[in-house]
Design a protein around this ligand. Sequence first.
Ligand code: NDP
Length: 272
Amino acid sequence: MSDRYAVIGNPVAHSRSPEIHAAFARETGDDIRYERVLAPADGFAQTLRAFREGGASGANVTVPFKLEAFALATECTMRASSGKSANTLIFDGNKIIGDNTDGVGLCRDIEQNLHQPLRGARILLVGAGGAARGVTAALLASQPESLVITNRTHSKATAFVEECGESRNFFAIGADGLSARQFDIVINATSASLTAHMPEVPAACFADNALAYEMMYGKGMTPFLTLAAGAGARTADGLGMLVEQAAEAFFVWRGVRPSTGPVIAQLQRSPT
Ligand code: NDP
């Protein structure tokens, strides 16, 4: 019988994770079944329990459940505990091990696929939800000149930064303080684009040769990317990150590292 995995989220119908894991399994010869599972907004724990009790081996977790997934895990890797956010769960007997592969996925996409250096960069991270929390440790580990976090609910950004340890080059800022600063990389880690909304980011904050990175994927030129392109920034969506974080999850589950380049190209050729 195939080993069973899923991505659990709400919404989840747009997720391309099943296609990606099927492509990885074809390459490595692993026998897996990977599906989409929609959890009710207030029913993640029950959905996860039913999936696990059905004999599954692991799960990916997407918006808006990453913080809840972390809380439900019986043990966690450093990558999950640094942001209190888990996007990858491993079921091992009675244990649920929480991991987070988003940070590695984002950094690999920006540096290896998009060739934009993180080291020495001035980075603005927009959002303070599961995705932003999950990538912060990896961004800091890549030694940027600064990492600034801004969020619609400012108190969440300041609380998160305090949790991690505020410093001279890692701090939170309100939207009104942004236009006085410039950034080499601006990452939209909010879910605003899911509803075609725009987080509060001024056009003036994109430095020359800046990269605007929309973590959401498959929505074309979102309001954030449109603003960034108008300000002269290079734009990218989160498709590469999605494939890179999936490859890391596949490695965690299966112990084999699949190739990502061909899968990114395949997904770009066949947008949903
Ligand atoms: P969460 O629900 O945990 O957090 C949502 C964040 O978005 C919060 O910071 C929230 O602010 C902010 N937000 C929501 N709506 C708006 C709005 N209209 N204007 C401004 N800010 C808003 O979601 P996640 O962090 O898990 O996911 C965020 C996005 O990242 C999703 O679109 C997801 O698809 C994408 N993602 C992509 C990945 C990839 O591999 N490419 C991986 C992970 C995530 P507030 O605190 O004020 O509510």
